[in-house]
Design a binder for this molecule. Structure first.
Ligand SMILES: [Zn+2]
Ligand SMILES: [Zn+2]
Length: 631
């Protein structure tokens, strides 16, 4: 038995606890004594205060009420209004998961129903939201976890042992270093290895969808990286340049945990599966299969914002809102029991958007900050959002007036939903006629995931979704495109409309299909709203190329771009230059050092030098394969 569990048992009344195990960094105790389960008179709280770890008390599986009876009891307690969908029992862990349309009603006033369920059934209830739009991927990821609950129990216990074994440990010589395996002085394939004498943690594991093969993947072959020694992977958000290569680690033999928010898990699984599909449709063999995506889901530990958890004996992490896309996070790492505090900012937006709160600025402690430089150069000042919303409105209006269609290539997650909410509001306020907005590719599924996790959205949208039955995503102007046939109907038969389609940089997927058909006619418009990676078709068109070679080498064809091309920068989920500089003024506490990454060469250097001048702190912009000793 682990030392920490022995220590806990010593502090509790004898004979009350008959089993104990880890669930990741959490410690779970089981009791057969119903009296103790329902009221331990503060004994557990005292232990928590003493050891400063999360401890949960559950009833021993043998003490729980028969499942069929328990389900009846639960439905009686919660009532019909909450819209209970499924009740799923996890008998080995004495947990019951209740999926409801209205989680607030299922919980009851200040958790009254949960207490009642514990009392009447001895099960420990967990409420999950059933999304307003049906989401296959959420059903599937939840399904995988329910099916493998036995695996999960053992897996989570193993993580706990890795964190706590050798709990009281003599101090070694301490140091911390980070090595850039990708994403330094570039956008794409973000991947950073953090090492201490005790731990090896990977921050993001991305892939550059716009790059050619040799440049597309992080440098996993570098000498510092050994997959057998890797303790944990933390994923900041679901974009492919941060999560795209993660399933490959599982193919390669990784068996440890992945930490991220729940929406990140669901959206990245969806994007990875879509990536496999696109690769296959282009006749290429993908690097991983859906089996490895499933393995990834089985090994993922979801964290809420500001939930503190140990991931190794000397690294404790907390995720904070990054304001970039649904579930995106800045990763705060408390290393070596107070030795150093590092924030990996991932991609972040320090500005208001329609969907999300701006990135978090306040941390308990902070010495080193890693910040993105996507728009880090002096001239990368973003125009105001209001102005850009007006620009979008005018593009749509003008194109429709001449009978054209508006193609908006989107990344699936982030800008797509932002644009949906903007168009919905323009229609609602009468600034635009009621036009059909076709949603193609991953966008619909990802929108459904947004409706499952309103707690990750800003106050405004959350209110619309949860309380008022005014869910903007459910507006009838939005129409799902499900097949090639429907796609062709929109192109050939339907009148003026807006089409939101993936991929965002025109590297495969339905957006390219629409482009091929619409590009030649100048009555149509294409409007870029997201970052166009170096080398992508989107970037080439944005730069002014109007004749694009398509087809194969034996049958070359030229695609003529006659349609109107627009770029709206203001909707980006990245911080513009002013927002980045402003963030440096606002972030608390002031970091002693800033490491700039995730931006083209000159932008990283420019931002690093400007932050140094403005804040008089050490800054740097390492290159790929460079390591930085931070302590
Ligand atoms: Zn991103
Ligand atoms: Zn990124």
């Amino acid at each position: 038995m682990a030392d920490i569990i022995k220590e806990i048992l010593k502090q509790l009344p004898q004979d009350k606890i008959n089993d104990a195990c880890f669930e990741g960094a959490n410690i779970v105790l089981y009791t057969k004594d119903p009296g103790f389960f329902l009221d331990n008179e503060g004994a557990i709280k005292k232990v928590v205060d003493n050891i400063k770890k999360r401890v949960e008390l559950r009833a021993d599986p043998s003490a729980t009420l028969d499942m069929e009876k328990a389900e009846k009891e639960i439905k009686k307690i919660i009532g019909k209004e909450a819209g209970i969908d499924q009740v799923i029992f996890d008998p080995q862990r004495s947990r019951v998961i209740i999926e409801a349309e209205k989680p607030g009603l299922a919980i009851g006033k200040q958790g009254a129903f949960l207490r009642e369920i514990r009392k009447k059934t001895m099960w420990s209830p967990l409420i999950r939201r059933k999304p307003a739009l049906r989401s296959k991927i959420i059903e599937e990821t939840r399904g995988v976890l329910y099916q493998h609950s036995d695996f999960r129990r053992k897996f989570l216990d193993k993580i706990g042992h890795r964190i706590y074994d050798g709990w009281v440990r003599e101090k070694k010589h301490e140091w911390i270093r980070v090595t850039y395996l990708g994403g330094a002085r570039q956008v794409g394939r973000s991947c950073i290895l953090l090492q201490t004498p005790e731990s090896r943690v990977l921050l993001d594991c991305g892939l550059d969808v716009a790059a050619s093969n040799s440049e597309a993947y992080p440098y996993l072959e570098c000498p510092e990286f050994n997959i057998d020694q890797l303790d944990a992977v933390i994923i900041s958000h679901s974009h492919m340049d941060h999560s795209g290569l993660l399933p490959y680690l599982f193919k390669f033999g990784y068996k440890g945990p992945v930490y991220c928010t729940a929406p990140t898990r669901d959206v990245m699984a969806l994007l990875q599966l879509d990536y496999i599909k696109i690769m296959r449709s282009e006749g290429k063999e993908p690097l991983f299969t859906s089996e490895e995506v499933k393995e990834m889901v089985k090994h993922t530990v979801c964290l809420d914002y500001e939930e503190v958890t140990d991931v190794t004996p000397d690294v404790r992490i907390t995720l904070y809102n990054a304001g970039h896309i649904l579930g995106s996070s800045m990763v705060h790492m408390h290393i070596g029991n107070g030795l150093h505090n590092l924030v990996y900012g991932g991609d972040m937006k320090f500005g208001a958007t329609r969907l999300l709160e701006p990135a978090a600025t306040s941390f308990p402690r902070l010495e080193t900050l890693m910040i993105e430089a996507t728009y880090g150069a002096k001239d990368d000042v973003l125009p105001s959002r209001q102005e850009q919303e007006g620009k979008l409105r005018d593009i749509i209006k003008n194109t429709m007036a001449r009978g054209g269609k508006i193609l908006i290539p989107v990344l699936g997650s982030g800008r797509a939903q932002e644009v949906m909410v903007i168009i919905e509001s323009l229609v609602k306020t009468g600034q635009l006629d009621k036009i059909p907005v076709y949603i193609d590719g991953m966008v619909w599924d990802i929108t459904a995931i947004h409706t499952a996790y309103p707690e990750f959205l800003n106050n405004n949208v959350r209110k619309l979704i949860s309380h008022k039955n005014q869910n903007p995503f459910l507006n009838e102007i939005f129409k799902r495109v499900g097949s090639q046939k429907e796609r062709m109907e929109i192109i050939e038969e339907k009148g003026p409309c807006v089409v939101l389609a993936t991929s965002g940089m025109l590297v495969g997927g339905p957006s390219v299909e629409y482009l091929k058909h619409l590009s030649v006619d100048k009555k149509h418009s294409m409007c870029f709203v997201c970052y166009q990676g170096e080398g992508s078709l989107g970037r080439r068109i944005q730069r002014g190329e109007r004749e694009i070679m398509v087809g194969t080498s034996t049958r070359p064809e030229v695609m003529k771009i006659n349609m109107e091309i627009h770029t709206i920068e203001g909707f980006t989920g990245h911080s513009g230059r002013n927002e980045l500089m402003n963030y440096m003024q606002k972030v608390q506490p002031k970091p002693k050092r800033v490491i700039v990454n995730h931006g083209e060469n000159s932008k990283c250097l420019d931002l690093a030098s400007s932050i140094h001048k403005q804040n008089r702190i050490e800054t740097g912009a390492p290159r790929n394969l460079e390591a930085v000793r931070i302590k």
